[in-house]
Design a protein around this ligand. Structure first.
Ligand SMILES: [Fe+2]
Length: 367
């Protein structure tokens, strides 16, 4: 397999319990760029958590925006946020995202759009961004999506659900504090954690798999097994391992690709607005023909943790809905190329994709 990537990594990483307390010091040297103020975009889950809010190192002139991530980030949201801040205040020194994968993506995308003209819609794709963005820093408060290390900022646009992907997307700084993920509600903790499990599986079960991806994937999978099958969540090691598993699952993708599960998940996300991580769980559960024992292991984790999974989601899906989702998924050739090789069109058509969606008529795992 010859897969050449010349990838950009996160410039600086600060890891460890209490590292959130270092954020002020970390931002200090970057505060004087441009018009000299910082923008914090924060998951609005924290808006009424006064003890948390007062730990955000907001100085005079800075802006804190609490953002709802009930819906995944849209191109419209990014354009609006950028236009509003530029018009009122000018160009920020930097932007800091504090939240889950959606907030990470908002911070990355907005950082780029501050310096690239027009709508973010026109930059959805690979290397379409023209200029480097402003300084951007990510502080995850939930682990699994790998958005803290990925070189993409996934946005839902009017036509496509696709990332702004280029070297400049990657964070200049991440702060990984396992204390911050301790209070994540249990179901969400599981769904999001499964995103990294699935990244690690998909990275090494396709035609682009390679030793580089395998090294990160194997360690991430081993840590997921400890977190979701062995450790009690109250064990101090649990959050520490999950945070690093997310990081490594993300890196396993850097030199590989996602596959069938993520393609189906994108269809569920674009058409039905089902959140990425739960959409992955819904799809992965039905993909035993593709991912074999890994699906069994996944079901074992669900059973072990007695996770609450919504049932029978697909019973009302019309043929139109299934066709629309299949169309979204079919138009992700890089994922199918990884899953089935360059001749993927010989083994995959829209009907086969629809078949996978039809299987989602109620989930097989129940508690
Ligand atoms: Fe994912």
């Amino acid at each position: 397999m010859n897969l050449f990537r010349n990838f950009k990594s996160v410039t600086k990483t600060c890891y460890g319990r209490g590292s959130f307390g270092k954020l002020d010091e970390i931002l200090q040297p970057h505060r004087f760029q441009n018009d000299g103020f910082m923008v914090f975009v924060v998951d609005d889950y924290f808006e009424d958590k006064a003890d948390f809010v007062k730990r955000i190192p907001e100085l005079e002139g800075d802006e804190v925006h609490f953002i709802s991530v009930l819906k995944e980030p849209t191109t419209e949201l990014i354009d609006r946020l950028r236009d509003d801040i530029l018009k009122r205040r000018g160009l920020p020194a930097g932007i800091v995202g504090i939240g889950g994968g959606s907030v990470m993506d908002i911070a990355k995308a907005t950082a780029l759009m501050f310096t690239n003209e027009g709508s973010s819609v026109q930059y959805q794709g690979l290397n379409l961004i023209k200029k480097p963005g402003i300084y951007h820093c990510g502080v995850p408060t939930i682990s699994g999506t790998g958005a803290e290390v990925s070189m993409t900022a996934v946005l839902t646009g009017p036509v496509k659900k696709l990332g702004l992907k280029c070297d400049w997307t990657v964070f200049d700084q991440i702060v990984l504090d396992p204390d911050l993920i301790a209070s994540v509600p249990r179901d969400q903790w599981f769904y999001t954690g499964m995103d990294t499990y699935i990244h690690s599986v998909e990275a090494i079960t396709g035609t682009k798999k390679n030793t580089f991806a395998e090294a990160y994937s194997e360690k991430s999978l081993a840590m997921c097994r400890e977190v979701f099958l062995k450790l009690d969540r109250s064990d101090v090691k649990s959050d520490e391992k999950l945070m690093v598993a997310s990081y490594m699952g993300g890196l396993s993708l850097t030199y590989s690709e996602v596959g069938v599960c993520h393609a189906l998940s994108y269809g569920l996300g674009k058409v039905l607005e089902i959140h990425h991580c739960i959409a992955n769980c819904i799809a992965f559960d039905k993909l035993e023909d593709v991912y074999g024992d890994y699906v069994q292991e996944f079901k074992g984790m669900v059973k072990h943790l007695k996770v609450n999974i919504p049932q029978g989601l697909a019973k009302d899906w019309s043929e139109e809905t299934i066709s629309a989702m299949a169309e979204v998924a079919y138009n992700l050739p890089h994922m199918w190329d990884h899953a089935f090789g360059p001749d993927w069109q010989k083994v995959l058509d829209r009907e086969r994709i629809k078949g996978w969606y039809r299987r989602m008529f109620g989930l097989t795992w129940r508690n």
